[in-house]
Design a protein around this ligand. Structure first.
Ligand code: PMP
Length: 402
């Protein structure tokens, strides 16, 4: 397994946002390396101009940077073509786009959609909205005892009425990693399409959408050390080509008359209005940054930290851990008898930032039998000092609450 090269171990210094505290909330949003901050500052400063329309050199240069970023994203996730990459506001918008423009068109009354117990609300609510509109039904794949999506159960419950399957690649609560290829094979067995919510996977696993054989893949740049407000929807070219536009406006058209408008081909058809130019430039810089280190090395680094945190927390009486032993970069837990918000507040006083709450996964909380959990999540810049600070903080929680 690759590990981060010694000369890169000082990379914490690249992140102004982590210097003076123990940031263990990277699954909510990752801190930004200076290279990304600088790229965004340049995009809003000396390089600033609009894209696609300008006849002057600076706009042409910005268009080049904006479109080469699309190529970079395509290569980063193993897409066949950059025309399969749609810039969206984030994973949430990507899922809504597919729900409305694919499922909203293709699904009929009586069709079924398959989700899992551990999905983020972003991968539940858009499907409920479309199901209500077309009269489709939602079924839910249960979890294994250790918190993975149960693919044997999926295989047993899927039917030809299931037209869409939508699953998280990595759970934002349990850190469990889905065998996407197997899930895709099961979905395709009955002719269903499969969307993978890659929000928590893209920052910590090497992703190749063709090898995973999924049909749609979404992620948000801000969890990948890039800016907020920008994300990616990847879809197989033939699916995108057959989908109607998401929103109407400038940039997405071929020809406009009052009688009839024709639309640009994908992906332009899905990108109405002046886009988030600096967001795309920041995403491009973030991809450059993680690629220098390598996703395999990042994954190994985070797994090692989670293993250390798991071992240390298991030794603290009254701490209960959730999720499988090999969770990717994310560790949920509860301190029995103490509300996770109190755990979070005491840890904050000790300079440790964790997330406490339902993590936009209320059905999963119900399944776990809790209202909320505490969650520590790791990133490229996390280190042993963060784990030690977490353990010290939890010992303090135990002392305070007896
Ligand atoms: N899915 C998962 C698994 C997530 O962790 C998140 C973010 N917490 C989302 C979807 C939604 O991402 P965003 O809010 O960036 O659209």
């Amino acid at each position: 397994m690759t590990v981060i090269a010694p000369e890169r171990l000082s990379l914490r210094a690249d992140f102004p946002g982590v210097l003076d505290w123990h940031y263990l909330d990277s699954a909510a949003t990752a801190q930004k390396p200076q290279a990304v901050i600088d790229a965004i500052a340049r995009a809003y400063g000396p390089d600033y101009a609009t894209v696609h329309r300008g006849v002057y050199a600076r706009s042409a240069n910005m268009t080049l940077a904006y479109e080469s970023a699309r190529r970079k994203v395509a290569d980063f996730i193993g897409a066949k073509s950059d025309s399969e990459i749609v810039y969206v506001r984030g994973a949430t918008e990507g899922i809504n786009l597919v729900a409305q423009c694919w499922a909203g068109e293709q699904l009929k009354a009586g069709d079924r959609i398959l989700l899992s117990t551990l999905e983020h609300h972003s991968n539940i609510v858009p499907w409920q909205m479309v199901a209500e509109k077309v009269g489709a039904h939602i079924d839910v794949i249960p979890l294994t005892d250790d918190g993975r999506i149960d693919l044997d159960a999926m295989r047993a419950m899927i039917t030809p009425r299931h037209r869409m399957v939508a699953l998280a690649h990595v759970s934002n609560v349990l850190g469990s990693v889905l065998d996407c290829r197997r899930a895709a094979d099961i979905a395709h067995m009955v002719g269903a399409r499969i969307l993978i919510d890659g929000c928590q996977a893209v920052p910590r696993l090497a992703v190749d959408v063709q090898a995973l054989d999924c049909d749609f893949y979404v992620f948000s740049a801000h969890k990948l050390y890039g800016p907020t407000g920008i994300g990616v929807l990847w879809a197989r070219g033939e699916l995108l080509d057959a989908m109607p536009p998401y929103q109407g406006g400038g940039s997405m058209i071929d020809k406009v008359t009052f009688e009839k408008t024709t639309y640009a081909p994908a992906p332009t058809r899905f990108e109405a209005g002046t886009p988030h130019i600096s967001g795309v430039i920041g995403l491009s810089a973030a991809i450059d940054y993680v690629q220098v280190i390598g996703l395999d090395a990042i994954h190994a680094h985070e797994c090692a930290l989670v293993a250390k945190a798991r071992a240390a927390l298991e030794n603290i009486n009254s701490v209960r851990l959730f999720g499988p032993d090999d969770s990717a970069g994310i560790l949920s837990f509860e301190v029995q008898g103490v509300h996770p918000h109190d755990v979070g507040t005491i840890l904050d006083e000790a300079g440790v930032a964790i997330r406490a709450g339902h993590h936009c996964a209320q059905p999963l909380m119900r399944h776990l039998g809790v209202e909320a959990t505490a969650r520590a999540s790791f990133g490229i810049y996390s280190d042993q000092g963060d784990v030690d600070a977490l353990v010290r903080g939890l010992e303090r929680v135990r002392k305070i609450f007896g």
